[in-house]
Design a binder for this molecule. Sequence first.
Ligand SMILES: NC(=O)c1ccc[n+]([C@@H]2O[C@H](COP(=O)([O-])OP(=O)(O)OC[C@H]3O[C@@H](n4cnc5c(N)ncnc54)[C@H](OP(=O)(O)O)[C@@H]3O)[C@@H](O)[C@H]2O)c1
Length: 231
Amino acid sequence: MAERVAMISGANRGIGAAIAAHLGGRGWSLSLGVRRPELCAPSCGSFTVAHRYDATDTASESAWVQATAERFGRIDAVIANAGIMIPKTVIEADDKDLDLLLQVNVRSPLRLVRAAWPWLTQSGQGRVVTLVSLSGKRVKSARSGLYATSKFAALATTHAIRQAGWELGVRATAICPGFVATDMAVGLTDRAPQDMTQPADVARLVSMVLDLPNTASVAEIPINSTLEEMV
Ligand SMILES: NC(=O)c1ccc[n+]([C@@H]2O[C@H](COP(=O)([O-])OP(=O)(O)OC[C@H]3O[C@@H](n4cnc5c(N)ncnc54)[C@H](OP(=O)(O)O)[C@@H]3O)[C@@H](O)[C@H]2O)c1
């Protein structure tokens, strides 16, 4: 069995699928958290398993962690990738929209990390990687405002995990891309997919973060395919 074990949420498509393909090729054992594991199973390699994970079901994080620990006996990394975007201004949106964004983009990733914490701290080298966004660092437009509200919270949560885990050897990193060529970006921009950051390139950065030692920790990685002033 391969040495290190990573849990990846939302690994059935987009950035999550690219991270799974990259890490799978580098010898990681993978536990993929997806809403429909039956659709994921045929493409899974021998060191890859798929479990049900639904960010709106508050029991699913701990069940997925338990199944992963039973299967592999260790958890070295949690990659909180699953996320949603609701393209509404904070004025148009109602409480239900904000609740859903916070549930999927903030609360569930935190519940997942909490559930995996005993395993992440066991090795003294646990890793947490959160797919945040440049929208966690700046509010670029009115239409991305509600999403940015959730992603600012996701960024703060990642820093908070970093603080909580430091002495235990856990290193947390926020990956903050601009547009990435996935389903999510379609409809949000007129930009051609080839002019956006590619999911495979995000996966390479995630892999690098997982490989760096505790003494070379990176808190945030902003990634952009266009020129902005600060990011
Ligand atoms: N694409 C971008 O431009 C971009 C930029 C910056 C940050 N990000 C962030 O990167 C992450 C991945 O985005 P992506 O571009 O790969 O998006 P995507 O192609 O839309 O994929 C989203 C993934 O999240 C899963 N998901 C959504 N709601 C879920 C729920 N309630 N429970 C469990 N899984 C759920 C989806 O599962 P289903 O297939 O079942 O729907 C899918 O696997 C997100 O956190 C996103 O906010 C994306």
